[in-house]
Design a protein around this ligand. Sequence first.
Ligand code: MN
Ligand code: MN
Length: 466
Amino acid sequence: MSDKKTKGQERYDELAYKKQNYFSVASKEEREAIFEYAEGYKDFLNAAKTEREACAVAVEMAKKAGFAEYRFGDELSAGDKRYFVNRGKSVVVFRVGSKNLEEDGFRIIVSHIDAPRVDIKQNPLYEEGGMCFLKTHYYGGIKKYQWTAMPLALHGVVVLKSGEKAEIRVGEGENDPVFYINDLLPHLGAEQMAKAGAKIIDGEQLNVLVGGMPCDDEKVENRLKLTVLEILNRKYGMCEEDFLSAELSAVPAYPARDVGFDRALIGAYGHDDRVCAYPALTAVLNGESEHTVLAMLVDKEEIGSEGNTGMQSEIYSDLMEDICAALGASYRKARFASKCLSSDVTAAYDPNFAGMYEKMNAAMLSCGTCMNKFTGARGKSGSNDASAEFVGEVRAMFAREGVVWQTAELGKVDAGGGGTVAKFVAKMNIDTVDIGVPVISMHAPWELVSKADLYSNYRAFMAFMK
Ligand code: MN
Ligand code: MN
């Protein structure tokens, strides 16, 4: 027997398409870069669990990299490095390139910085059964039963009667208390366990436990509630009425951790979509470009990109129009020439749930960042569906720069579906395609990604900016 390939095998290798595992094709240096890049990402995850925090951290990183704030009407010239903050909840970091904006357009990378979570209601505080709780209303698509019986942190802001803003972030420090959503013991759980998954815990059962000690005065009707109110008053200057103008969220209190003996994976809350936002941000901060490049980190994707901080807001178009005006370019021409990578996560093939995936067109963990030509549900409903021409162009960019990447659909054709911000960018008359990191257990309190895919996503953005 000879090891020499047969003619047919050689020809097959030449003609047939095969996905590659990025770890196994990466050089030693590249493998080191993969692991090193993941360290910065984990720090970002731990510092930025809400869109407000992600926005603040992005601004801090931008300032450190020499970017200055941009306001509508500012002057601009080639080489400028700026960031534009939208109401503290979304941010656009950009570099002005030397190329003609009317001919070359913008190179845009969009990803979102909000994540599914459990929001606190506006009149939330009550006590019952020796426990004090906050009522909640969940945000985004969660499996409610996954959010019980685990440590939770509270993040957010309270706008006090005085108009002052108190910031709350409790549960992240090693010695901080955490919070909790109760679940039922299995001994009494027969009826609960017979329910459909969506009903195991219902929305009104997602109450966050925040206290358990009565105040000293026995005459007070709600003694546990007063204990909690006293602490909130002392620490944040708030009274109960201030919850009315608060935005508080319960998020998992776990930090990001390496997963696996080989540390190939990262487990964390909110990979969706920080695993794309961080590479988008760092690519624009680190990568010089002749193009005018923008990293848009947007809010409210998980609830349909609504409001004035979501991708459907006109502020992003206003900003690009303003940049064009500052550079004396026609906005209409510039956006027609623009290209966008809409960067959001996709579902990684999971052998434990193999039946939901069509393996040939599923994203494989560690095979690189994943392009979804289209998203949507059923007959591609609600999808951007990028053109073959644009996909071909992006593919050529990746080939030139040696990016290891793959393509996929979310799951089996009729298994379900999902959407991203891609269609809202495309609607501005901009060539747009979805690309992002495959995730295991998407929207769970603790999601999983591969370090190789994270770094591949960064490499893809750097190639796009070249
Ligand atoms: Mn997402
Ligand atoms: Mn999502």
